[in-house]
Design a protein around this ligand. Structure first.
Ligand SMILES: NC(=O)c1ccc[n+]([C@@H]2O[C@H](COP(=O)([O-])OP(=O)(O)OC[C@H]3O[C@@H](n4cnc5c(N)ncnc54)[C@H](O)[C@@H]3O)[C@@H](O)[C@H]2O)c1
Length: 348
């Protein structure tokens, strides 16, 4: 038995290493860095391979693959969405991802992405809010206080300058958990008993609930002029959070229209419902917020390029560090055409 050569080894970032890396850099710094990686990739949007993610639906949830490539690197994420999971002691969303070299097709990174997805989703939300939210936005309603909620709050603090977060969840235990986790973050945290109370005085309304249905987390009469809505939880066919009337009064910004029309809040609208692609706001081809009284809506579903950016970031950060281990993941025959011969290495 011989030990694998360098060609066999793929850097792997475990959950443990991801947690240590994030603390080493600092959570808010990671969010800032990720937002800048996502923003840079949105600026070069046109050169990416783009396809709506491949989704396998069941009665209880969805399992998705999210591939993309910039011509030099190829990445994909495996992610699930199972709202019923938390009642069974499991998470709604888990993920892992891989980055590969387009020239050889060889993987260059395998990583946990459950934590990384929460970070990249929050970083993308805050990057969108930077372009779309009213100037001076310092108060956010955070409706849905589950796994994503602290990340969303901290990204808005680090990137948009949020000072106050007003929490609401139908389960008060989730709100207590979120408030406790945000203690000492520098955010003023207000626990609210109703969604109406949570949106009082808020410039940014974030909906981040998990329910496998067309829910009405925000009804039309709850949303006044001059706010930015960051709609995170409506991300699957038959799974939405906003009343249709809100969409009719909003300027809607999306990641990749072909995917958002299937999965986002706009699945409630006709196929020709007008939307603006966020990347075009970032490149200056389209206007973001043009009027303080306008309602802007980021209809986020999560797109493969955001995961690609996150994979690039982690690849750059773990290179030459101890925050990774080498996985014996690729067969490495001495003669590339003698795979069978290689198999004999393990013969006893
Ligand atoms: N857009 C994206 O890129 C993206 C990325 C990750 C997750 N998501 C979605 O975000 C949502 C939240 O994810 P999570 O990991 O935080 O889930 P989670 O299950 O940890 O938390 C969801 C929370 O929503 C609460 N909730 C459910 N219905 C509610 C209602 N009617 N009113 C108030 N609160 C309600 C639950 O009590 C729970 O605390 C999910 O739907 C997930 O699919 C989207």
């Amino acid at each position: 038995m011989t030990s694998p050569s360098d060609k066999a080894l793929v850097p792997f970032v475990s959950v443990d290493n991801m947690m240590r890396l994030v603390h080493h850099i600092g959570v808010e710094q990671v969010l800032i860095d990720l937002a800048s990686y996502v923003e840079n990739d949105f600026r070069r949007w046109e050169l990416f391979d783009k396809t709506p993610r491949v989704a396998s639906h069941s009665d209880v949830g969805v399992i998705e693959l999210m591939p993309t490539s910039d011509g030099e690197a190829y990445g994909f994420k495996y992610v699930n969405g199972h709202p019923k999971n938390t009642s069974e002691g499991l998470q709604t969303v888990t993920a892992f991802g891989l980055l590969a070299d387009v020239y050889t097709g060889y993987p260059v990174l395998l990583t946990e992405m459950t934590i990384l997805t929460a970070l990249r989703t929050a970083a993308t939300s805050a990057m969108a809010a930077k372009y779309l939210a009213p100037k001076g936005s310092d108060t956010m309603a955070m409706i849905g206080n589950g796994a994503q909620s602290e990340f969303q709050s901290l990204a808005m603090k680090a990137i948009v300058g949020l000072k106050t977060v007003r929490l609401y969840d139908k389960d008060a235990a989730a709100t207590d958990k979120c408030a406790t986790n945000l203690q000492g973050s520098g955010l003023n945290v207000v626990k609210c008993a109703t969604p109406q109370e949570a949106i009082e005085g808020a410039h940014i309304l974030t909906t981040c609930t998990a329910d496998k249905q067309n829910a009405t987390i925000l009804s039309d009469n709850m949303v006044g002029a001059g706010v930015h809505i960051n709609a995170i939880g409506g991300d699957c066919p038959g799974k939405t959070e906003l009343a249709k009337g809100i969409l009719e009064r909003s300027d809607v910004f999306v990641e990749f229209p072909a995917q958002t029309r299937i999965e986002g809040e706009i699945q409630q609208m006709k196929d020709d419902f007008a939307v603006t692609e966020l990347w075009q706001v970032i490149t200056g081809q389209q206007q973001g917020r043009r009027d303080p009284r306008q309602i802007t809506l980021f209809d986020s579903v999560g797109f493969a390029i955001e995961d690609f950016s996150a994979l690039r970031y982690i690849r750059d950060k773990v290179a030459g560090t101890a925050y990774k281990e080498d996985l014996d993941m690729l067969a490495d025959p001495d003669d590339p055409r003698d795979l069978f011969g290689m198999l004999q290495r393990a013969k006893t």
